[in-house]
Design a protein around this ligand. Sequence first.
Ligand SMILES: Cc1ncc(COP(=O)(O)O)c(C=O)c1O
Length: 467
Amino acid sequence: MPLHTQVDESSRDDAIEVNPVYVQELSAEIPRYRLAEHGMLPRTALQLVRDELILDGNARLNLATFVTTWMEPEAEQLMAECVAKNMIDKDEYPQTAELERRCVNILSSLWNAPRGSQATGCSTTGSSEACMLGGMALLWRWRTRRPATGSGTGQPNLVMGSNVQVCWEKFCRYWQVEPRYVPMVPGRLHLRGAEAAARCDENTIGVVAIMGSTMDGSYEPVQEISQALDRLQAERGHDVPIHVDGASGGFVAPFLQPDLEWDFRIPRVASINASGHKYGLVYPGVGWVMWRTPDALPDNLVFRVNYLGGEMPTFALNFSRPGAQVAAQYYNFVRLGRQGYRRVHQTCRDVALHLSGEIAKMGPFELLTEGRDLPVFAFKLRDDVTGYSVFDLSERLRMRGWQVPAYTFPADMTDTAVMRIVVRNGFSLDLANLLLDDLRRHVMVLEHHPQTQPPPEIQRKRQAFKH
Ligand SMILES: Cc1ncc(COP(=O)(O)O)c(C=O)c1O
């Protein structure tokens, strides 16, 4: 969650004007940052809040986010019915707990957990919490294997590409784990096996492999990373587990690339996370995390809650959480089935490939990815295009509401500025063609009107996009 700071009321206009048409009480104003003395009628409160929210962008035109922005009315109805159920009250809402159990089982078979392995998992608020839990399990396991092997006495470290999502940086900072980033370089925009293995030692708690990269939608080669770690174990004895961050791909690869081995088919993969609210097609926030076997999840991380007179093991950072998203995840599984998920994601991929193909033909752009792994691709301006930047284009696209982020790559490639398009369910071929028309128009305008460099504070703001 973003952190907010108390506002200095003396320096801001601290009253919100209420449209007089809505006012039923004497006061036509309420304090902006303090609780008003009196309330207002529900319709008035609703209208007041809605009026303020019209300034938010149109979620359907948001091509920056991976998170679901459209669900069908039946799913919305189900979510409204379940929003008051608290996931943690397993005793009061045993059927919601049962739906969660079914979802975990469905995912364990989608991720090819070996039969009889007792793969264990749970829902979370999203992938960030799921990654935090996955990382904690790696750290606890490293701590317990230290005395047995007599090695690993220094600071624990985690090996990953510098393209990881910010949740891994958080995990490392909060748990004082040294992040060992493999830098992105031109031609290698994500983690590869040799570079990962080269950074591992006796204090490595694990390697994070991403399916797929937030930066450009590409899948990291989990099989290749695993083979490099097998060689490392044979040569130096370090047995390093892999956590797969499948925030997006965990719900895409089983349907679009069923033969690609990235999951529990690879013995070194100890745990996997995914966001139900990305290509799981549920509104935010639901995520999932799963461990190959119960012993991949150290028992002293597990708490027990009441459940039908007995105890149910739980592992979570928070306590109360609405049951709506889990019910909606189960709804999607029964509503779509394997073929339905495949059709939805295939349509997204077709749209992504159409968009990237047309963008490549426009002339000034160079594709970094095409959208063949996730239906997500990144592109940049050719080096000889100097009159304008991807930031100028991104800003111009906002004129009609398109939100297409522009950002620079992390350390070692900060000179490379790209745009990224995430195609999600509901972004049709028609919308894609409208976007292409607008993009062509803006390119033409910018080619005739070279842009000047904006002042440094605007440049800093432009580059503040967070993945
Ligand atoms: C690879 C990856 N990991 C983790 C996350 C964090 O996911 P969430 O927003 O579900 O917390 C993201 C979000 O984009 C992601 O792309």
